[in-house]
Design a protein around this ligand. Structure first.
Ligand SMILES: [Fe+2]
Ligand SMILES: [Fe+2]
Length: 354
């Protein structure tokens, strides 16, 4: 959380209330047991406060009682987690709560920007539903999302979409839409058009669908993964393939990218350690966009890099890992168009809502 928010922590309930009345917050996590005042009472007071009446509130409870469930139902708090919950579940719930809050604000955005975001979010929710029930995904949803992204690229609106997207907390969703936008933008700049551009945008959005079935404790682990956890998270490439393969009408290129975007030229990638020409061209291009987008994003285990730093790191990966011609062209396009800087706000500016 510290990479995304400036956090203030207090143990005393009265001090918390003082802060609530003097400072505007983006979100609150309230422990049920505080010194000198109950966390439940603090939550009621927040809703009556002048500055923070509409802030999303998560309660961390010793036990989830009927009273607490009523508080969720009546909107006093947005969600509640058990204090014994592991960090990954806690972060998942917190991010979901803040993400839902950000989505409610999309209706105030310009309609074309809001349409891209809500179309993509709807598809993403459908992926989650499909991956938990082993149902096929409606391929039209993915195509509609890609069309919306391509439309935004054509109309010069993709930077407005990227800026608005930064307010969302679901980082896999943010990353998926970012990679889709990066690939569509890059593809258009190098002369790719029509259906092929749509396939690039689809591939970008779908490449990490497999992360939807990864355990939250690993996906949201605030720190480096150990070897066993690494083995699990690496399954996301294969898992994405499984989700897409059981859905009729998904282009084969999109499935390839989902399964191969972590393969590397020198065979050090996963899941199959493919080398050189064994990796298709679109998967190699997608790998460049994927790495770039991951570098400029905040993650729970690292802060974001400045776009120019990210481009330098990409250059270092050209050759052994990433296809050098794609990297060179990507850096050229990003620099010539200024797109890299548009995608990521300057580091000292922070994200809106911070
Ligand atoms: Fe991935
Ligand atoms: Fe990715």
């Amino acid at each position: 959380m510290r990479f995304r928010y400036r956090a203030v922590a207090v143990e005393d309930g009265w001090l918390a209330l003082h802060l609530v009345n003097t400072t505007q917050f983006s979100a609150m996590v309230i422990a049920e047991r505080l010194e000198s005042l109950s966390g439940l009472d603090v939550a009621y007071s927040v809703r009556e406060s002048h500055r923070n009446a509409h802030v999303p509130i998560m309660l961390v409870a010793e036990r989830i009682t009927a009273r607490i469930r009523d508080m969720v139902e009546s909107g006093v708090i947005d969600c509640c987690v058990d204090q014994a919950a592991e960090t990954g579940s806690f972060l998942f719930e917190f991010n979901s709560m803040c993400g839902a809050h950000a989505e409610r604000a999309w209706s105030a955005l310009e309609s074309d920007v809001a349409r891209v975001l809500s179309t993509a979010r709807g598809t993403y929710k459908a992926v989650f539903a499909a991956s938990t029930t082993d149902e096929p995904l409606d391929a039209r949803l993915l195509a509609e999302t890609a069309d919306a992204v391509v439309e935004a690229v054509k109309n010069g609106r993709v930077t407005a979409v990227m800026r608005a997207l930064q307010t969302h907390d679901d980082y896999t969703f943010v990353h998926s839409l970012s990679v889709s936008a990066v690939l569509a933008f890059f593809g258009r700049e190098i002369g790719i058009r029509d259906g092929d551009l749509g396939v690039m945008a689809q591939a970008g959005f779908a490449h990490d669908f497999g992360k939807r079935v990864m355990p939250h404790a690993i996906l949201y682990k605030p720190g480096l993964l150990d070897t066993a956890q690494m083995v699990v998270i690496r399954r996301h490439a294969q898992a994405a393939g499984e989700i897409l393969r059981r859905s009729e009408g998904i282009p084969a290129e999109v499935i390839n990218v989902a399964e191969r975007h972590h393969e590397r030229l020198n065979g050090t990638g996963y899941p199959n350690g493919l080398t050189g020409a064994e990796i298709d061209d679109l998967s190699m291009v997608a790998a460049v966009g994927d790495v770039f987008s991951a570098l400029i994003d905040n993650r729970c285990y690292k802060p974001r890099y400045a776009p120019q730093e990210a481009l330098r790191m990409l250059r270092d990966m050209a050759g052994p890992h990433l296809e050098p011609h794609h990297v060179a062209k990507f850096i050229e396009v990003m620099n010539d168009t200024g797109f890299a800087a548009w995608m990521a706000p300057p580091l000292d500016e922070g994200v809106p809502g911070e």
